[in-house]
Every structure is written in C-alpha cells, then in structure tokens.
Write a protein that binds this ligand. Sequence first.
Ligand SMILES: Nc1ncnc2c1ncn2[C@@H]1O[C@H](COP(=O)(O)OP(=O)(O)OP(=O)(O)O)[C@@H](O)[C@H]1O
Ligand SMILES: [Mg+2]
Length: 232
Amino acid sequence: MIRITQLSMSLAAGGRAVPILDNISLEIPDKQTVAIIGPSGSGKSTLLGLIAGLDRPTAGSIELDGAELTTMSENALAKFRRAKIGYIFQSFHLIPTLTALENVAVPLELSGEQNGDARAAELLASVGLAGRLDHYPVQLSGGEQQRVAVARAFACRPPFLFADEPTGNLDSAAGVQVIDLLLGMHRDVGTTLILVTHDHDLAGRMQRVVTLRDGRIESDRLTDSLLAAPLP
Ligand SMILES: Nc1ncnc2c1ncn2[C@@H]1O[C@H](COP(=O)(O)OP(=O)(O)OP(=O)(O)O)[C@@H](O)[C@H]1O
Ligand SMILES: [Mg+2]
C-alpha cells in the first residue's frame, strides 16, 4: 500500500519558492495500476519522483509498505529503493558504457544475486532481446533500449514500479510493446504500477486514472479495465 498524506513541494526559482505540489493525499492499494495524467507542468514527474524516494518533499508524508520515506536517512532510502522500487524514465537512462546484459545485471549484483548474468539473460529474453545481450545502448533502437530498461526495473521483482512517460520517446508500435510488457510483468509479479503519460488510450489501460492540475488532484477515477483485468 502507498499512502501519501498532505504532500506539498515547492522549489526555489528566481529567489522565491514556487509551489509545485499542493496538499496531495492519495492511497494506492497493492497491485493497483495507476495512470497519472495532466497538462505539462502540472507536477506529474515531481509527484512520481517523490513517491519513488528520488526527491524529498517540502511537507507531508509518503508511506510505502508501512515505511515512511520522508524521514529515512539517505543510506536507508537507497537500500529501500534497491529492494522495493523499479523506475523507468522517458529517456531510458541506461549506463552507456555497459552492454544490455550488464545493465540488467547491475541491480541483481547489488542485491547479492549469485547468477546475475544468467538471470539478466533470461530477463532480456523475456522482453524479446535474446539476440542483443552484448549490444551497447547506442547500438539499440529506442524501443529496444526501453525494453532493456523494463528488464532492469523488474530484475529484482520490485513490489513498486514507477514509469515516467515510458513511451514518450517511442513510436506507437514500440510503445504498445513496452506497455504490454509492463502489464504482463504486473500480472506475473503483482507489482503496483504507477505511470505518468500524456496518452489517454494508454491511461485507459490502467485500473485508475489520477489527473493533476496546477499541483493538485483534479480527478481520481477507476476505469473499466478494473473489470477487464482483475487484480492477480
Ligand atoms: N528544479 C526545479 N526548480 C524549479 N521549478 C521546477 C523544477 N523542476 C520542476 N519545476 C517546475 O515544477 C512544475 C512541475 O514540473 P513537473 O516536471 O513535475 O511537470 P510535469 O507535469 O511532469 O510536466 P511534463 O508533462 O511537461 O513532463 C513546472 O512548472 C516546472 O517548471
Ligand atoms: Mg514530466
């Protein structure tokens, strides 16, 4: 369960504090799939980064699996993120000096997995990249890089997966492929999936759609896909 209570964020710009998120409260049960939508600048990426522990809020509380993120030390937070959180960026964020296989093996090795390479190869095969293990990110298409990022994010089977416009840099076919993978892994692992998107069709494939406007929740609704794709 994710429990966000009275979350606010302001950032300093031009010598004054600019409010970015204003008093957001949200509860997300385990295994739910949620789309966060809203106009550019409404605070979607800021909110996602805060829930994933990538940043610290100005005020409010963020609880994941009963752990309060806002008061954790940097070390404890890093450890918590490694164990529980996968994050996918619009621009892939693979390590350019590592091959596809090595990129996926990194989190496995950090978590103490013995057969990191074998497991990474298996994961890459599951996203259709068995033939690309030794390719560096520059040698992969955008869709392929994002599939490596999906394999990496799921490597440690995290209970929480966040994706910030994961299809924003992909054509529609590659985008559908990435979303099918995310939903497939959500079904297999039971991951809570929260993704930011500008794509209303994609948002409609999630069980719930939260709309932000000017740093506040404008609407919060369940979609029909709750009926189409019941919780595992
Ligand atoms: N480091 C920063 N310092 C000051 N203001 C910032 C900073 N980062 C973001 N902002 C502002 O916070 C607001 C929300 O930004 P955010 O990136 O969360 O929006 P978004 O909803 O993800 O937009 P987009 O759809 O364009 O990605 C914007 O007005 C942005 O200019
Ligand atoms: Mg954004």
